[in-house]
Write a protein that binds this ligand. Structure first.
Ligand code: ZN
Length: 85
């Protein structure tokens, strides 16, 4: 399966990860997800690597590139602080 580039950084180094492996314990059957090595974005969970790949490819519609669904991106930069006085 050919994976689409990352919607955030355009990276193509997309790897399959297992949630149970990351947590160190078995979880639900939804265990596989795609992970962008370049910006750490994570795709939706699937029961198989292939379904996780399909979900990853589906997360952005080709007709509407801004329609980014179900892709979690960790905060690289904290939200700008408003506490300064
Ligand atoms: Zn990325």
């Amino acid at each position: 399966m050919k994976l689409k580039p990352c919607p955030f950084c355009g990276g193509t180094r997309i790897k399959t990860r297992r949630l149970s492996e990351m947590l160190g314990c078995p979880i639900s059957e939804l265990d596989f997800y795609k992970h962008c090595k370049d910006c750490d974005a994570c795709g939706p969970l699937g029961v198989r690597p292939t379904s996780a790949g399909a979900l990853w490819n589906d997360r952005v519609s080709d007709t509407n590139p801004t329609d980014i669904r179900m892709v979690a991106r960790p905060h690289r930069n904290p939200p700008s602080s408003r506490s300064s006085r």
